[in-house]
Design a protein around this ligand. Structure first.
Ligand code: ADP
Length: 585
């Protein structure tokens, strides 16, 4: 720290600062003497002292010189500090001359000189050398002038106030130096604080850039990973379907399917977490029927619970409002994760979801959600960190079937924070776990209008349907066409946007599955051209992109749907069938 204080660069900065800081004081100092000196001679005029004439003419002359210094300063020939220093030095010379003139009494002059030094000491901030020079001049010249040039004795001068003039001059350099140092120290603290601020600001920018780079990298990488992953997952699922009919089940294939599904879950979780963490997830609250919601949720888990031989019970408050308003998908994601974990970590006993209404106002209803299980529980020591990313309780031996990404609870916690609540955990080892949270949701007692049913048509009955698939990735193209073929849906393929457009202009299609990034012509351009030919045909973007705004961009640019790769076959059918008017089975 001290090194900075004494460094040349700091000194130079301080000089500049001192010049600016003392500008007003230096001018005030000069102007005061310019005005007050001639005025001070009035006292002599009134008392009829002939000394008045000498005094006035001397002061007018010194005033002219001071004006000259001020002009030089104005033209930046001399600094403000120099201007006040020259002014004071000049005044001392003039005062020395005046003191040599015959005086009736030195009282008035000594009073004036003392006041002048006090005023200078209050106003000026000088380095020590200026103060010492000025004081030395006063201390030497005043007595010398009295002693050698006037008829008065030095002792008479001292008795009539000269001693105060001398004392003021002795103190003067220390006072101006003290003020000067005080200002310099203050500036030093401001300067170092500013430097620290700048350093922090730079570090903050670097950290922000690093976070953004990380997010972009993850989004970019995940796109690169998801494209081939879609091929792998899809192909494995297709092979498994074929295996089902074979006599000797292939264990290797089963393992491959497990690994592919797991890899897909990891990639999707990492992306989801990344998205939430970079504030890219915005909740989309919509009204929904809570009873229907919990019913579907239960049906999803029934097979898994049955398979493990554990009881799965949902206890839903029957007095819930007919409609709740919330982001149904995100709520379901959190509950799915909690119930999935509960089943995963429970070997026997039960898993329950309890939903209770605890309060209601005209605007909102407060609901308590509890997911409880009688499973292996979580040791106390692990509970605090369980919501951190990639945390898994490793003390137990996990079989393959209970491995996970370690991201589920971290994602759930972040999602619940978006909902404005926290997830609480109570758990005892080997007794079970209980995850709970309270949500306050807008509601309505009006039953929701029933959803428009899709005309149920069975796939086999609509052989006329024809789909165009555009993708530059061969594996994904094969996968999509295989999936369509298995449901007897006619299809054609195109390997880029231009080809897709040309094929569309020649044939009639009921649906277009369009990859977004393709060589020659991308999915956006191709869709824009197809829309000119047919504004109504459903065009679904089929993409591995994880860039947040791409979905909005697609939906605003003529696409009818947006489906993310990698996907499992059933999800693919579930998504595209409604566009073809085929009932989802
Ligand atoms: P994972 O994908 O590994 O399940 P989570 O974030 O969902 O990731 O869970 C983190 C860890 O918390 C799990 O690996 C498990 O050790 C523990 N855990 C979560 N839920 C339960 C539960 N209901 N019972 C026992 N342990 C649990």
């Amino acid at each position: 720290m001290k090194d900075i204080y004494n460094s040349g660069s700091f000194e130079q900065l301080w000089q500049e600062e001192a010049e600016i800081k003392t500008r007003v004081q230096n001018r005030l100092f000069c102007i005061t003497f310019l005005v007050c000196n001639p005025l001070s001679s009035i006292a002599f005029f009134l008392s009829g002292d002939p000394f008045f004439y000498t005094l006035l003419s001397t002061h007018l002359l010194s005033g002219a010189i001071i004006l000259g210094y001020m002009f030089l300063n104005y033209r930046k020939v001399i600094s403000g500090q120099q201007m006040s220093f020259y002014t004071f030095s000049t005044l001392i010379l003039f005062y020395t001359f005046l003191l040599s003139k015959p005086h009736l009494s030195y009282v008035q002059s000594c009073l004036n000189l003392t006041l002048a030094v006090i005023f200078a000491g209050l106003v000026l901030r000088w380095p020590l050398r200026y103060g010492v020079i000025v004081s030395a001049m006063g201390l030497l010249l005043y007595p010398a002038s009295i002693h050698f040039l006037s008829d008065t004795s030095l002792s008479e001068f001292f008795e009539q106030g000269g001693v105060f003039v001398m004392a003021a001059h002795v103190l003067f350099p220390f006072i101006v130096k003290m003020n000067y140092n005080k200002d310099k120290r203050e500036f030093y603290f401001r300067y170092t604080l500013q430097q620290q601020n700048d350093a922090l600001e730079r570090q903050k920018t670097i950290a922000e850039q690093a976070t953004k780079a990380k997010t972009d990298f993850l989004s970019m990488m995940s796109h690169e990973i998801r494209t081939p992953l879609n091929g792998i997952v899809g192909m494995v699922h297709l092979m498994m379907q074929e295996e089902e009919h074979s006599e000797k089940p292939n264990d290797l294939l089963k393992t491959l399917k497990f690994s592919a599904d797991h890899l897909m879950a990891v990639v999707n979780d990492v992306l989801d977490f990344n998205k939430i963490n970079s504030n890219h997830v915005v909740l989309d609250p919509q009204p929904f029927n809570p009873f229907e919601f919990f019913d579907i949720l239960k049906k999803t888990f029934d097979p898994k619970a049955n398979e493990k031989g554990i009881a799965l019970a949902f206890s839903i408050d029957t007095g819930l409002p007919a409609q709740l308003v919330a982001d149904r998908l995100r709520l379901s994601q959190v509950l799915t994760n909690l119930i999935h974990n509960a089943i995963k970590f429970t070997a026997n006993g039960s898993v329950t979801l309890d939903v209770r209404e605890v309060a209601r106002t005209p605007e909102a209803t407060a609901l308590d959600f509890v997911v409880a299980d009688t499973g292996i529980g979580i040791p106390k020591s692990e509970q605090a960190g369980i919501f951190e990313i990639f945390t898994q309780v490793r003390t137990r031996t996990h079989s393959d079937s209970v491995s996970g990404t370690g991201l589920g609870l971290a994602i759930s916690r972040e999602l619940m924070r978006l909902f404005g609540t926290e997830i609480h955990l109570e758990s005892e080892e080997n007794k079970g776990s209980r995850f709970s949270f309270r949500l306050s949701l807008p509601y309505s007692e009006q039953p929701l209008a029933p959803r428009r049913p899709v005309t149920p048509v069975v796939a086999e009955e609509i052989p006329e349907v024809r789909v165009l698939v555009a993708d530059d990735n061969k594996t994904n193209l094969v996968l999509a066409t295989q999936l369509l073929k298995r449901r007897n849906i006619l299809h054609d393929t195109a390997s880029n946007g231009r080809e897709a457009y040309e094929m569309f202009s020649r044939n009639r299609y009921d649906l277009v599955l369009m990859d977004l990034r393709m060589p020659v012509m991308d999915g956006f351009e191709s869709t824009a051209l197809i829309r000119e030919l047919n504004p109504h045909v459903p065009i679904i973007a089929l993409t591995a992109s994880a860039f947040e705004n791409e979905k909005e961009r697609a939906m605003a640019n003529g696409f009818s749907g947006y489906f993310i790769k990698p996907f499992i076959p059933q999800d693919f059918y579930d998504y595209i069938f409604p566009f073809l008017g085929i009932a989802v089975k």
